[in-house]
Design a protein around this ligand. Sequence first.
Ligand code: PXP
Length: 239
Amino acid sequence: MTRLGVNIDHIATLRNARGEHHPDPIISAKYVKKVGADSVTIHLREDRRHIKDIDAKRICSIKNLDVNLEISTNKKIVDIAMKINPDFICIVPENRKEITTEGGLDLIKNKNRIQRIVLRFKKKKIRTSLFINPSLKDIEISNQINVDCIEIHTGKLANLVKLKKDYSKELERIKKCSVYANSLGIEVHAGHGLDYKTTKILSKIREIKEFNIGHYLIGESIFHGLKKVINNFKKIIKN
Ligand code: PXP
């Protein structure tokens, strides 16, 4: 069964806008699980613009909830993540000024550093993942790093679909990368910029085992509620 990970960073953003406690990311994490999410994704950014350390700690201590913690390669953040002990970690590139993660990791430049980080988490039996662009070279390097999973950055495909441009080449690239990673025994995930339409397009790629979706899902929930929207996404990825 393909899994749905729900990114709840945007709920923390809304909470932070008031500087108070509502809406509570901890209650949200429990709720999205209750209404069908297979896991919860949170990103502890270096600037702490949404999820804070205490949120991450409390969310990771919720029983029977798989938590995917996204982190950069920053040493302080890696040390915090090691202490928080999430179920899964996903290493992502981070740039202070970006609105959201803009692309995959530069594995050629950062291979050794990332390999050392992956090893630390693997020793703790934490599932490891790398957020990468759909590139066969990056999958080859991911394999050398011996990571458990890769998450393919789907932002380019999502933008092409939204702009009603030809997305066939990008889809083919994602498909080829998924097949290749799967053949190497690396579990394939996908995420970034996904809505109903793009998730449906990608759900045809059987090798994708997990989708991580945030902004659109949370935004759509304002109109229809988390339960309904999570249910809709679950139905789409089941196809
Ligand atoms: N996966 C990763 C690795 C991400 O960094 C993000 C964005 O935080 C997402 C998935 C979710 O992207 P979106 O909010 O656009 O659905």
